[in-house]
Unconditional design. Structure first.
Length: 400
């Protein structure tokens, strides 16, 4: 029995590794898969034959759309076949919970969004009303794509969360919502596996799989909004901490005499870099208006000082991340790239010149590949990650 279970586990793991390599473009034929995964050509061929028969993988003996030099032939001169995931075959439902909006999407395993809908969250929303909105949005999405195989439901949410129990705890300023067992609700209703994680962690996974972080083994995604948070991936593994609260970098104090933060400390990074707070202090209601004010040089002395305080806090944040996690790449998500595109090179240079290990490594700073949509794509990526890890095994046949 033990041997049988081990063989089944190995088969599931190898199938998942092949699906990941093909979905993310890490390999595209048997030769590349064998080299990439360290499996024999015979083992790869057997697994590929099964995946083709099961309807997940497409095997093209020759593609007229590629230059022939792209292939590496064997000794007989025959060229390895080109492999790919069958289009629109493996999908996930993604849910993004923001303070005032609920988003729902369907994405395919290559990262393409096929469907997207959202609903405003009433200011008096409670657990019951949010549950009703969630069920309605997912039902609508499933009706729109009832012929597609859905592997699960991923939820990216503001925190704090209990990701193990799949519960939303008590996020600040989140209507009257708290201690909601969102995982149990959706699993019982739709009979699909559900995974919940912080929106910053989900965004980091999206960048790792489909964005600018694809080639990085260690990266940090930093997101801004009403607060500041980060998703940290170290050697390909998401850093959660003991209770899932790792990445709350906005609550590092950089000025003990600074403004009071919601966490009770003074001078937290978040008090300087929060976009909503910055807009209030600058006397405008939108990022585009603030950016226009900067371009037109219409900032008076106090506003210039406020903007400079934000820039200094961002630089300090970058050095802190560099010293703590030593990433190859730091990705700025959502709003700040729109606010400070001309400062990115300056901040990268400052970080690399002032971090502890300056002169030994050059960390790159990039804007997000997806802008404000990173947590949206990240929600579905929570399911794809489990498929790639073998935690959500694909059925032996694509369900009808």
């Amino acid at each position: 029995m033990g041997t049988t279970k081990n063989m089944q586990f190995l088969r599931t793991s190898n199938r998942a590794a092949i699906i990941k390599a093909l979905a993310l473009g890490e390999a595209s034929n048997r030769v590349e898969l064998s080299s990439h995964l360290g499996l024999s050509k015979m083992a790869i061929s057997g697994l590929i034959n099964d995946l083709v028969a099961d309807g997940y993988v497409e095997d093209r003996k020759y593609s007229p759309f590629r230059d022939s030099t792209w292939y590496t032939g064997d000794a007989s001169g025959r060229k390895p076949s080109a492999l790919s995931i069958v289009p629109r075959r493996i999908h996930a439902i993604g849910i993004l919970l923001k303070r005032y909006e609920v988003h729902c999407l369907i994405a395919e395993i290559q990262g393409n969004i096929l469907y997207h809908d959202f609903c405003a969250l009433p200011q008096n929303a409670d657990n019951l009303s949010l549950s009703e909105i969630l069920v309605s949005l997912v039902e609508k999405a499933l009706r729109a794509h009832e012929d597609r195989f859905m592997a699960g439901i991923g939820i990216a949410s503001i925190g704090p969360l209990d990701i193990t129990q799949k519960k939303i705890l008590y996020p600040p300023n989140f209507c009257s919502i708290g201690n909601l067992d969102i995982g149990e609700l959706l699993e019982e209703k739709f009979h699909l596996p559900v995974y919940l994680d912080n929106d910053m962690n989900a965004s980091a996974i999206a960048e790792q799989f489909y964005g600018v972080g694809k080639t990085a083994d260690t990266l940090a995604y930093v997101g801004f909004g009403s607060g500041v948070g980060a998703g940290i991936i170290i050697h390909g593994k998401l850093l959660h901490g003991s209770a899932g609260f790792a990445g709350e970098i906005g609550h590092i104090s950089i000025n003990p005499q600074g403004p009071l933060c919601s966490c009770g400390q003074k001078g937290c990074i978040e008090t300087y870099t929060s976009v909503s707070k910055l807009l209030d202090d600058m006397g405008t209601d939108s990022v585009s208006n603030l950016w226009q004010m900067i371009q037109d040089n219409k900032l008076d002395g106090p506003k210039k000082e406020r903007l400079e305080a934000c820039r200094y806090a961002l630089k300090t944040l970058l050095i802190t991340i560099a010293n703590l996690y030593d990433p190859e790449v730091i990705i700025f998500g959502e709003i700040p790239p729109k606010l400070t595109p001309i400062y990115l090179d300056e901040m990268e240079a400052y970080m690399n010149a002032n971090m502890f290990h300056h002169g030994f490594q050059n960390i790159r700073l990039y804007p997000s590949s997806f802008g404000e949509n990173a947590p949206l794509i990240g929600s579905a990526s929570l399911i794809f990650k489990r498929i790639f890890d073998g935690k959500i095994p694909l059925p032996d046949k694509v369900p009808d």
